[in-house]
Design a protein around this ligand. Structure first.
Ligand SMILES: [Zn+2]
Length: 241
């Protein structure tokens, strides 16, 4: 029985390490997605600024079109002014000219403001492009690290799984089946190492007879409460001074 107990302990250790690797591997997609989120976020900030610049340019083109139309109107009114035959007609044209010139002045103010906006937006696009490039290269490097780590974890898992299989193969079939049954039912832990007379996991005190049996290690003892297999491993004694 003794070597089987040692094997059970080894299989449990390997299963625990494999379980921990599986948890690390399971979060790899989320880690990669979070990194992609950083890159997408920087790209989105750049896109939004580029879009703002495009809209400002398009507004400016529209204002310039309006300006051209208004200037053409003024020169048309000027021509008509020369040909005016009545005072009323003359005054009416002068009024229209004044109103159009006022409109022109408003358009010119808006164009100037748009030009300033566009200068600022061009600077923003330059800054955001730099930011995006920096974030992309930084986070692509992080992604490569995560992928390398994933490869390492997979390789380690494969090697542990191999060790686990060959260790488990030396166990008698009924013991191996029992181990698997308890492990599945008990959250992945079938073997508990304890250093006193309590179950190392659920802390339930064992009967003196059971404690004696696990201490000697010649018989398989299970916890009366959680039914895990108990193994005894006393803590190292403090060296006497
Ligand atoms: Zn227990």
């Amino acid at each position: 029985m003794v070597p089987e107990l040692a094997t059970l302990r080894e299989v449990q250790d390997l299963d625990t390490r494999i379980g921990s690797l599986d948890r690390d591997l399971a979060i790899v997609p989320d880690r990669l997605a979070a990194i992609d989120g950083e890159i997408t976020g920087a790209r989105g900030r750049l896109d939004a600024t580029e879009q703002e610049l495009k809209e400002a340019a398009s507004t400016r083109r529209r204002e310039e079109g309006d300006l051209e139309t208004a200037e053409a109107a003024v020169s048309r009114y000027d021509d008509q002014l020369l040909a005016a035959r009545t005072n009323d007609e003359y005054r009416g044209l002068r009024k229209q000219i004044a109103a159009t010139r006022e409109r022109i002045s408003g358009i010119e103010d808006r164009i100037l403001a748009l030009m300033e906006d566009m200068d600022r937006l061009r600077d923003d696009v330059t800054a955001r492009t730099r930011e995006f490039e920096a974030i992309r290269s930084e986070f692509e490097a992080k992604k490569a690290e995560v992928r390398e780590e994933e490869q390492r974890l997979r390789a380690e898992r494969a090697s542990l799984a191999e060790k686990r299989e060959s260790a488990a193969a030396t166990l008698p079939a009924d013991l191996s089946a029992r181990y698997e049954r308890i492990r599945k039912a008990r959250g992945g832990i079938a073997v508990v190492v304890t250093s006193d007379n309590r179950c190392g996991l659920c802390s339930v005190r064992m009967r003196p007879q059971s404690f004696e049996e696990i201490r000697i290690g010649r018989k398989l003892v299970t916890c009366e409460s959680c039914s895990r297999i108990l193994l005894f491993d006393p803590p190292p004694e403090h060296p006497s001074e």
